[in-house]
Ligand binder design. Structure first.
Ligand code: BES
Ligand code: MN
Ligand code: ZN
Length: 497
């Protein structure tokens, strides 16, 4: 298994051994401590020869000359000082990890002429470095081949900063976030034979060690509550469903909670409306929304967020079977509204309809944000970079947009309206679960909206962003953990204290 790097902080000083990373802004001076690390001046020469100008993403990499305490020196460009954002610090951490993963000792001098490096920037750097190091390799039995050489190194990273204790404090928070992201990635990457609804529920239950209160509803309890929509999806699987309620009470007792709800279809075959074989294995990731909610609850508890937060995940498996629901079946949801199931592959909205209604009725939350790998259509519309954002509340949508900007987990607001809503009216029931070929991500959102009443609400369609993810500086994993950093930021900036 990949060994994650350990991070520590120290005062700025010449590193003893291993690789030293120095920083420079665009057209800036020679990096700090260069003369101590490189008494011979070779580094200066290398910077000149390679025309290093401190541009963002440029790196000069030299073997340390005789007389240097270090073995190798990297100089990384930061670009224009005024333009450097938090997301750039995380990306830089990822880039440095990529270049040095096989090396045991890494010293990074976070000091730079013409630039104030905050404790938060140092923490973001460390977070990017750790997230980049994540690798889901638990099912690889050969650990020692060349491909794996890097991962087995227990890398010790020392960040040299102005104020080590302030940076360490910022890192404690940023590390809690990284842990939540990696938990979400683990859950998404895990195959469905290992992670069924019951197993997922017990992974969530483990959060009780951090002080999260856990309540797990079984099939019997859901039946009693009348969750016919969720149960209709689950009935084709031999593995029973679960609804997990996670509560973090970090705020004042009288404060209404905020709520996050996740789609947790541990595997989506499509049911009787079965999916084609090609690529179906990806549907092990159809619980990406539930994974993000679980990761978020981990983070909030680990960093002791001063907020009351509810996390709810609807865990089911969508299978074709003699007992599976059929197209044309009419189910009654907990809300009392009836649904004609036209396509058993539009199952996520059935699960969430009951989960959202249950959340609203039970907890009267300040807002509800649900995450779901809900539609292929959102990937057609937005690709794999932005999540689709649907909302009945401009303020909440705006707050999420700023959190997206700050974390680099982007969202794009999509339209809603009565013209779309009427597309899911049914001939036989109150609504049907699909709305025709056009605007598939929007009609799915309209469906969910029928279960939120007038609670401020956002639906994030993360089908493109949570799984099968393109590699970035801070993520090489199939399951990205999308949503954890975004929602943690939202809570931190708007709903704490
Ligand atoms: N889980 C899928 C959506 C999905 C597709 C997620 C690809 C990630 C990658 C969802 O349950 C689904 O099957 N949606 C259907 C809806 C259709 C039947 C109206 C879809 O998008 O095709
Ligand atoms: Mn489906
Ligand atoms: Zn699905």
């Amino acid at each position: 298994m990949t060994v994650l790097p350990t991070i520590s902080f120290a005062k700025v000083a010449a590193p003893k051994k291993g690789t030293a990373v120095l920083l420079a802004v665009k057209d800036g001076k020679t990096p700090a401590l260069a003369s101590e690390i490189d008494p011979s001046g070779v580094l200066d020469k290398a910077l000149k020869v390679s025309k290093f100008g401190g541009k963002a993403k440029s790196v000069v990499d030299v073997v340390a000359p005789a007389g240097s305490p270090a073995d190798r020196i990297l100089v990384a460009g930061l670009g224009v000082a005024e333009k450097i954002k938090m997301t750039d610090w995380a990306a830089l951490g990822g880039q440095i990890r990529a270049k040095t993963g096989s090396e045991k000792n890494l010293s990074v001098l976070l000091e730079c002429e013409g630039l104030e490096i905050s404790p938060e920037a140092a923490a973001a750097f460390a977070q990017g470095l750790v997230l980049r190091a994540y690798d889901f390799d638990k099912y690889k039995t050969k650990k020692d081949d060349e491909d794996n050489a890097d991962k087995n190194v227990a890398q010790k990273v020392t960040l040299m900063v102005d104020n080590p204790s302030a940076a360490k404090k910022a890192w404690d928070t940023a590390e809690a976030v990284a842990r939540g992201v990696m938990l979400a990635r683990d859950l998404v990457n895990e195959p469905a034979n290992i992670l069924g609804p019951v197993e997922f529920a017990s992974r969530a239950e483990a959060l009780s060690a951090l002080g999260v209160e856990i309540d797990i509803l079984t099939e019997k309890e859901m039946k009693k509550l009348g969750m016919g929509a969720l149960l209709g999806v689950a009935q084709g699987s031999v593995r029973p469903p679960r609804l997990v309620v996670m509560k973090w009470n970090g705020g004042k007792a009288k404060d209404k909670p905020v709520a996050f709800i996740g789609k947790g279809v541990v595997f989506d075959t499509g049911g009787i409306s079965i999916k084609p074989a090609g690529g179906m294995e990806d549907m092990k990731g159809d619980m990406g929304g539930a994974a993000a909610v679980t990761g978020l609850m981990h983070t909030l508890a680990a960093r002791k967020a001063k907020a009351n937060v509810i996390g709810i995940i609807g865990l089911v498996e969508n299978m074709p079977d003699g007992n599976a629901q059929r197209p044309g079946d009419i189910v009654t949801s907990m809300s009392g509204q009836t649904i004609e199931v036209i396509n058993t592959d539009a199952e996520g909205r059935l699960v969430l309809g009951d989960a959202l209604w249950y959340c609203k009725e039970t907890f009267k939350p300040k807002f509800m944000i649900n995450l779901a790998t809900l539609t292929g259509a959102i990937m057609i519309a937005l690709g794999q970079h932005h999540a689709g954002l649907f909302s009945n509340d401009d303020e909440l949508a705006g707050n999420l947009a700023s959190a997206a900007e700050a974390t680099g987990e982007p969202v794009w607001r999509m339209p809603m309206g009565p013209e779309y809503d009427k597309l899911i009216d049914s001939k036989f029931a109150d609504m049907k679960n699909v709305g025709g070929r056009f605007g598939g991500a929007i009609t799915a959102a309209q469906f969910l909206k029928r279960f939120v009443g007038d609670v401020p609400w956002v639906h994030l369609d993360v089908a493109g962003t949570a799984m099968s993810s393109p590699s970035t500086d801070i993520n090489q994993s199939w399951g990205s953990g999308y949503g954890v950093r975004l929602l943690d930021r939202l809570v931190a900036d708007h709903y704490e204290g």
